[in-house]
Design a protein around this ligand. Sequence first.
Ligand code: SF4
Ligand code: SF4
Length: 96
Amino acid sequence: MLSKSFSVQDKLARVHFIIDKEPHITVDKAKCLECESKPCLPACPAENYNYNEEARELTYNHEGCLECGTCRFICPMDAITWSYPRGGFGVAYKWG
Ligand code: SF4
Ligand code: SF4
């Protein structure tokens, strides 16, 4: 029997988000100015973190969060405040 494999992008296409307007992630951006390695950028599987070199500003998107919790553990500056979204909100897996 043939087994079907899925790429990460295929799997991400199968999740659904129930958006909470109240962010469950906040970042103390002042600390990002002192953060040389910025490990949140490659670590987030949903690519929710970006850094604008010209503006020297971190941007992030709580709405596409997969709730893996990686960013809050990997941040060396303890700049990220993270909690699960409120009940009824957030990511739903195995959608579609
Ligand atoms: S790892 Fe933390 S301090 Fe560094 S850029 Fe990301 S959020 Fe900012
Ligand atoms: S919890 Fe995971 S998916 Fe959500 S922003 Fe952090 S690293 Fe990205």
